[in-house]
Write a protein that binds this ligand. Structure first.
Ligand code: SF4
Length: 412
């Protein structure tokens, strides 16, 4: 029954799996042979700068998501807890550190021959998303005696003023000299322009893919896009990412044209705010499908749209793009953004995932759901859970609440 409500898989998925495999094998080879330098980067960190300086870039948060999706997180989190990383902090961090302490990675199963995550030559962070990334990277900096460089971005930003941009841009520029020393390569502004142009192209294509879901019925859902966002996150700044979204976009547009829906007889359209519950993606896709409800848009997937990138003004435009991010902003800005999305995607409801170990991506704790419902008339539901730690998620309770929520929309 559950499978019946899901429409056919997206054909481009095969290509995505291929390029993701190439990404990990390339990193593994660099780590083993030392022919290329490896930089670890936070998911909304200065990836373009690292690439422009010749580093291969690895994203531990992507590894965290794999730990969640493979449901290995619960096995590893206690190892991190034992060395002092609280069960209350980011479960990407604790599951990743725990896997390292246990000497395992799910990459081994997915990609035969890979036995461990690639060892970094440098760790580069941006605290625009949270402080946890600094603690996370600092752990590995100590373990491997590797430099940890980064950017401290102000949080709860209203208007992204010139002062903010200059502050962040200045911190990025200050990374150049130490990165030159680590990479043994001189910074080339033209190479940064080239990488940034690729990143901009990929981000625009990614946005276009996401916005195909504004069509009725929606050709994709949030659950599909959490998978297809892989290249937008880990390969931004490369030709592979651009090529991938050039392949995916026409397929989605074709689905729109032919009214191919991911959810058969789509009846309700819902916005998802907060992190995915990685270990339950497939179940949730099937469950919402069985209710004829499409999750058509999300704050999470939209977070890798960086339209402010401008190759003719590399540093300042990167600073602006990485500070204009949803997660960095005040509730006022966030509410304006969600209101616009609810309209663009013709949503009937909004679900807030209050992720226990990621307060940074949880927007249900300071009255936002109530304010937005009052303003837009669109009902909301808050579900308690976690991105990786399924011990913090009650499936039965969530399902009951979601069913009641959808019934409420129907009555409305
Ligand atoms: S934003 Fe949340 S999930 Fe991401 S690294 Fe920070 S605490 Fe973890």
């Amino acid at each position: 029954m559950a499978e019946e409500v899901r429409k056919k898989e997206i054909a481009a998925t095969k290509e995505m799996k291929k390029i993701m495999a190439q990404h990990f094998y390339e990193l593994d080879e660099a780590s083993k042979t030392k022919k290329r330098k490896v930089a670890w980067c936070t998911s909304v960190g200065p990836a373009e700068l690292l690439r422009a300086m010749g580093f291969l870039v690895y994203f531990p948060e992507n590894h965290g998501a794999i730990l969640g999706a493979t449901r290995k997180a619960m096995e590893y989190i206690p190892y991190a807890n034992r060395v002092g990383y609280s069960p209350d902090i980011c479960s990407y961090t604790t599951s990743d550190i725990g896997a390292f302490l246990k000497g395992e990675t799910p990459l081994s199963k997915a990609y035969p021959g890979i036995t461990c995550v690639p060892k970094p030559d440098v760790l580069a962070y941006n605290t625009n998303q949270c402080r946890d990334v600094l603690d996370w990277f600092s752990f590995y900096g100590r373990e491997w005696n590797v430099p940890v460089l980064g950017i401290s971005t102000p949080r709860s930003v209203g208007a992204v003023t010139k002062d903010y941009v200059e502050d962040v841009s200045g911190q990025m520029k200050a990374m150049v000299k130490p990165l030159e020393e680590i990479s043994g390569r001189k910074f080339d502004p033209n190479e940064l322009k080239r990488v940034l142009a690729l990143s901009l192209e990929a981000t625009k294509l990614w946005k276009a893919c996401l916005f195909t879901a504004a069509a009725k019925p929606s050709p994709v859902t949030f659950f599909d896009m959490t998978i297809h966002m892989g290249p937008a996150v880990v390969m931004r700044g490369t030709e592979e990412a651009v090529a991938y979204y050039k392949l995916l976009l026409p397929e989605l547009q074709e689905r729109v044209k032919n009214k191919v829906a991911t959810v058969e007889e789509e009846k309700y359209r819902i916005y998802w705010d907060g992190m995915p519950i990685w270990g339950k993606l497939r179940e949730h896709a099937d469950f919402f499908g069985s209710l004829k409800a499409s999750i058509v848009a999300s704050t999470y997937c939209n977070s890798w749209i960086f339209e402010a990138f401008d190759p003719s003004d590399s540093f300042d435009s990167m600073a602006r793009a990485y500070t204009e991010l949803f997660i960095v902003r005040t509730d006022e800005v966030k509410e304006r953004y969600i209101t616009e999305m609810l309209k663009t995607f013709s949503c009937d409801g909004i679900i807030y995932h209050d992720s226990k170990t990621c307060p940074n991506n949880s927007n249900a704790r300071y009255g936002m759901p109530q304010r937005l419902t009052k303003k837009t008339g669109i009902p909301h539901l808050i579900i308690q859970g976690d991105l990786n730690d399924l011990r913090l998620f009650s499936e039965e309770q969530a399902k009951t609440n979601i069913e009641a929520f959808v019934e409420g929309i129907e009555e409305k």
